[in-house]
Write a protein that binds this ligand. Structure first.
Ligand SMILES: [Zn+2]
Ligand SMILES: [Zn+2]
Length: 395
C-alpha cells in the first residue's frame, strides 16, 4: 500500500493528510491526474478504517515496479520511521523514495540536510531469500546509501552479515492507532549502538553514524573467497611438503643398511654399558655414508640375554643420551673392533628458527647437512642392528 502518489510531478504524501483533506482529495478533479510514482499508473486515494490512508494502483496488473510491501503493518512501519527520522535534527525523511535508476523504491530514505549522508530503511515483513537480501543490500551500498533492514524475526543464518533490526512487528501484528507508537517497540539489532527501542535506534543511528564493521555483501563474499583460496593453497603446500617428506623417508630407507649386514655380525659386549643400535645411512645432500645411532642406558650390573627391539625417538633435546661419552666409546669400539671403514655422524646443537628452542641433531660429517631426527626415526627396524650391549656372552 503505497503512501505516495504524484500529482503534476509533485509528491502527494498520504501521511500528511487529515480525514477531511483526504476526503477533499478523493472528491476533487485532481484525483483524475494522480499517478503512482515511477510506473505512472493511475492512482486511487483509498481509506481503510479510521486512520489508514493510502494510494492504490487503478490497475496493478499493468505495474512492473517494486513498490514495496502492501500490508497495513508495512504502511504503519513506514509512517513510524518517517516520524522518527523527522524528529532527528538535521535529517529529513522521504517516504517511498524512487531510486534514480527508476527500478526500485526505497521504503523510507533518511537524508541529512547537507545531503551527504543517506540511510535507507527497508521494511521486509515477508520472507526473502538470502540471495535477494544480498543483492538488494549491495544495491544500496553501491548507491552510497547505508541500508537497514527492519524484519519481524531473526533471519536464517548466513555467513554474510547485513544490518538488521528485529522488531517483532509482523504481518499479523496489531496496527496501533497512532503509527508513531511503533517507535516504542523493543528491538534487537546487530549494529554498534546501545539503543533497544526503534525510536532510540533511529535517533542514535542518524546522529552518530552506523558504525558498521562487516562492510558490503560483495566485499564479505570476496574476502571469504580469498580466505578459501589461501586455505586451499596452504593445503596444497602441506600436501606437497608431506609428499616431499615421504620421498625423503623412502630415499633414506633405500640408502640405509644394518651394520651387521654390511660387516660381519658383531656386537661389543660390555659389563654395564649402553645398548647401542646403529644404521649406516647416507647424507641426503652429499650422499656420503655415515653411521647414526640410538642408545639406551642399561641398568648397572645387569646383563641381558637379548637386546630389545630398537625404537628411535622422534624428538630429542639438546642433551641427548646418544651424545654421552659411554655411547661414543661404544660406537668407537665397534668401529675399531669390526675394522669397518665407516664414519660417525656428528652431533651438533642447533636452534630452531621459529620457536627459538635449541636441540641437538645428527649432521653429515662431510658437508654438515642436518639429518632430521624425524627422518632418522623413520628408518625401518630392519636397517638397524645392535652394535653394543650389556649382554651375556654367547658361547
Ligand atoms: Zn506501480
Ligand atoms: Zn653430507
Amino acid at each position: 500500500m503505497p503512501l505516495i502518489a504524484m500529482l503534476d510531478g509533485e509528491r502527494v504524501d498520504a501521511t500528511t493528510h487529515t480525514p477531511a483533506s483526504w476526503a477533499d482529495l478523493q472528491a476533487s478533479e485532481d484525483r483524475k491526474r494522480l499517478v503512482m510514482p515511477v510506473c505512472n499508473i493511475w492512482a486511487v486515494a483509498k481509506t481503510r478504517g479510521q486512520a489508514t490512508r493510502f494510494f492504490a494502483h487503478y490497475r496493478l496488473t499493468d505495474c512492473g515496479v517494486d513498490h514495496g510491501g502492501e500490508s497495513p503493518q508495512h504502511l504503519a512501519m513506514k509512517e513510524a520511521l518517517a516520524r522518527g527520522i523527522g524528529a532527528v535534527p538535521g535529517w529529513r525523511a522521504v517516504i517511498e523514495y524512487p531510486h534514480p535508476s527508476r527500478e526500485w523504491i526505497i521504503d523510507v530514505l533518511a537524508e541529512s540536510d547537507d545531503r551527504r549522508h543517506r540511510v535507507a530503511f527497508e521494511v521486509q515483513l515477508s520472507s526473502q531469500t538470502p540471495a535477494d537480501y544480498f543483492r538488494r543490500t549491495q544495491r544500496y551500498f553501491d548507491s552510497n546509501v547505508f541500508p537497514v533492514w527492519l524484519v519481524p524475526r531473526a533471519l536464517e543464518y548466513s555467513p554474510v552479515h547485513l544490518p538488521v533490526v528485529i522488531t517483532g512487528f509482523g504481518k499479523t501484528s496489531e496496527v496501533p492507532e497512532n503509527p508513531a507508537d511503533i517507535l516504542d517497540l523493543e528491538i534487537k539489532h546487530n549494529l554498534v549502538l546501545e539503543q533497544n527501542t526503534l525510536g532510540g535506534f533511529v535517533t542514535d543511528l542518524l546522529s552518530n553514524g552506523p558504525r558498521w564493521k562487516p562492510s558490503t555483501p560483495q566485499k564479505q563474499q570476496a574476502d571469504r573467497d580469498e580466505e578459501q583460496g589461501r586455505r586451499i593453497a596452504a593445503q596444497l603446500a602441506d600436501a606437497e611438503r608431506i609428499a616431499k617428506a615421504k620421498d625423503a623417508v623412502e630415499d633414506m630407507n633405500r640408502h640405509s643398511m644394518a651394520p651387521e649386514r654390511t660387516f660381519v655380525p658383531h656386537t661389543v659386549h660390555t659389563e654395564a654399558g649402553p645398548f647401542v643400535w646403529a644404521t649406516l645411512t647416507c647424507c641426503w645432500k652429499c650422499r656420503d655414508q655415515m653411521m647414526v645411532w640410538e642408545a639406551w642406558s642399561g641398568r648397572p650390573g645387569e646383563q641381558y640375554s637379548s637386546a630389545p627391539q630398537v625404537t628411535v625417538k622422534r624428538k630429542v633435546g639438546p642433551r641427548r643420551y646418544q651424545n654421552h661419552p659411554d655411547v661414543h666409546q661404544a660406537v668407537d669400539t665397534w668401529i675399531v673392533r669390526s675394522g669397518a671403514a665407516v664414519t660417525k655422524a656428528r652431533i651438533e646443537t642447533r636452534s630452531s628458527q621459529g620457536k627459538g628452542e635449541s636441540y641437538s641433531a645428527f649432521v653429515c660429517p662431510r658437508c654438515r647437512a642436518l639429518i632430521g631426527q624425524v627422518y632418522v626415526a623413520q628408518i625401518n627396524a630392519e636397517h638397524w642392528s645392535v652394535i653394543s650391549a650389556p649382554l651375556l656372552q654367547k658361547i
